[in-house]
Design a protein around this ligand. Structure first.
Ligand SMILES: *Cc1c(COP(=O)(O)O)cnc(C)c1O
Length: 395
């Protein structure tokens, strides 16, 4: 059976879900319909706008409770959260860190900030994240385990950490991946930047990593303007993360004493105030996003040659960013779809350029990346703001 491909059917499907605004429908815009203004005003009225204040502590407490970890450390952005998570996991200059080739640049940059080398791994077509089986088969061939841990037999470097990333909010298959980590003496750090509110087997993503990073950038499910957090169940690591993200200052009522080269990565109180207000609305946001994803699923079921990426079995995705996936035979139509939708005022965009194609990462080690490369040719992100799924029940 041959199907014919019609990009105008895709445009019609998008139009049937999205409002006719006359303007441009954004890919993902923030939603401020709660206590944002009241909490931010409180910061300004009291003068507590900067690196100390009650909203930082409250945001950390509530975020830890929501995600089901013992501790959360709020920082300036998700990239900083990844950087410090890798340092706390013991990543050292010259180590290799396994990360997906299909990710946002922040994952690779954070590895480089540690003086370590990104080592690119392939993606599973169903989860859009790390493929545990393919990774295990690869490590079987290139890795040697000794007293010091895992070593890359080809480069001679230590492989310390694997960083799964929950693409567009869809959880990676974490249990088999954790098994691969145990087998090859690797530490897992989750890049959960996109997956706040996403569950794997009923538990929040971010609970599998020794430490995990989330982001509150303006385009994420909830935002603090810019911001991020480190999640962990390890009290000692949390205390250490807090210390090095706050200039490694030794607590004292008046003395300025620092015992490490630390970072000024702490989230300001103003941003945390925004975060507290956003967190209150997160359950409603998730319902709206799920509703929007369902509508997309329904209308695209009738369009040949394309499907909407759905949450993997056993998972609950936050549906941060919806994605269309063209059938392989129509991958040459991607740019035509991008063109026709953007021309119609509906913002769509392709996947990130894969990391191994970027000039600074061209020489980095990598496994066969054929699935990521196929996804890169076929993936199209479509508008996913909370407001688009908010019906009269939670407008
Ligand atoms: C958003 C994001 C980050 C962190 O980004 P910041 O803008 O620094 O908060 C990290 N990894 C991925 C995959 C992301 O999407």
């Amino acid at each position: 059976m041959t199907t014919t491909f019609d990009k105008n059917l895709i445009l019609d499907a998008l139009r049937s879900v999205l409002p006719a605004t006359g303007g441009v429908v954004a890919l993902h815009e923030p939603n401020f319909s709660g206590n944002e203004w009241a909490y931010v005003k409180e910061c300004i009225d009291t003068g507590w706008v900067s690196s100390v204040g009650k909203f930082v502590d409250r945001f950390e407490r509530e975020l830890a409770a929501y995600t089901g970890v013992k501790r959360a450390v709020a920082v300036v952005n998700g990239t900083a959260a990844l950087h410090i998570s890798l340092l706390c996991a013991g990543v050292q200059p010259g180590d290799e860190v396994l990360i997906p080739a299909l990710t946002f640049i922040a994952t690779a940059n954070a590895v480089c900030y540690c003086g370590a080398v990104p080592h690119f791994i392939d993606t599973n077509e169903e989860t859009l994240g790390a493929d545990p089986q393919k990774l295990a088969a690869y490590l079987e061939r290139i890795a040697a385990i000794d007293a010091a841990g895992c070593r890359n037999r080809i480069t001679g470097r230590r492989i310390k950490v694997v960083v799964p990333m929950h693409t567009f909010g869809h959880p990676v298959d974490l249990d088999p991946l954790a098994e691969v980590c145990r087998r090859f003496s690797l530490v897992m750090i989750e890049d959960a930047a996109e997956s706040l509110g996403s569950l794997y087997k009923g538990r929040h993503t971010g609970q599998w990593g020794l430490l995990s990073a989330v982001s509150f950038n303006g385009n994420k499910t909830i935002t603090t303007g810019g911001g991020g957090a480190i999640l962990t169940d390890d009290e000692e690591l949390a205390t250490r993360a807090k210390h090095i993200t706050t200039t490694a200052k030794v607590p004292h009522p008046w003395e300025f004493n620092h015992n490490l080269v630390g970072y000024n990565y702490r989230m300001p109180n103003l941003n945390a105030a925004l975060g507290c207000a956003q967190l209150e609305q997160l359950p409603g946001f998730l319902l709206a996003k799920r509703k929007l994803a369902q509508r997309y699923q329904e209308v695209f079921a009738a369009v040949p040659g394309i499907r909407v990426v759905a949450e993997p079995p056993g998972c609950q995705s936050n549906y941060w960013l919806n994605a269309l996936l063209l059938d392989a035979e129509f991958s040459d139509q991607r740019d035509a779809v991008l063109q026709v939708s953007n021309d119609a005022g509906i913002m769509t965009r392709p996947a990130w350029t894969l990391m191994h194609r970027l000039p600074m990462f061209k020489e980095c080690p990598r496994m066969d990346l054929s699935v990521a490369e196929s996804l890169e040719r076929r993936l199209i992100n479509i508008p996913s703001s909370v407001v688009l799924g908010a019906g009269p029940d939670h407008a």
